[in-house]
Design a protein around this ligand. Sequence first.
Ligand code: MG
Length: 246
Amino acid sequence: MKQMTFCMGISLALLSCVPEAPAQVPDLSEWSVHDPDRPQPPVVTPGADGASPSDAIVLFDGSDLSAWQHTDGNDATWTLRDGYMEVTRGSIMTRQGFGDMQLHIEWATPNSGDGQNSGNSGVYLMNTYEVQVLNSYENATYPDGQAGSVYGQYPPLVNASRPPGQWQSYDIVFRRPHFSEDGSLESPARVTVFHNGVLIQDNVVLTGPTGHRSRPPYEAHEDRLPLLLQDHSEPTRFRNIWVREL
Ligand code: MG
């Protein structure tokens, strides 16, 4: 019987024969179909061409770095020029912490280097989980380290990269992990990523924090942590960064 496929052994059968959870169809009986009394969704004025919608927290509009600091708490000192910031010295992170979020961010890599050394940076969700930033236009590297990968875990579904020097965008939906009181994992983090409008990560389940040549296990952390942009010693640029908390 299919529901018994998770039995671990006869002696442990009573403890470990957990039936597979049936697929759940949502219960919408609270509201009848087309119920006019159902609450209207909040009105949000969308932005044009990637501009922030009215309910977004703008983290960088090209004018100043006040929402950002270095990891040692000093003010962010990345180069500010012509409406963008450029990686200068040291990773920077938001002063504000975030959990579940929709993130829009635009970036451009320099036209130099190859492999992992071509515009490498990264968007670290909760300062822990990296969506890779890299020049991946006709620049091969290990697939789980190219642009749009969840670094060390998931290559992007497709390579939607533009050439170096051109502006590119990520639109990210992130669901944070949840931890029990005792620090054990209750539910893992999940992420969806659009690269230049193309779906490249489809609600993937993260195995844990980002590591290099490793996949470390989850460690319990706060419900809100800063968004971090990585300094990987290359002058990658960022602009138009905003978040909607979910
Ligand atoms: Mg990186």
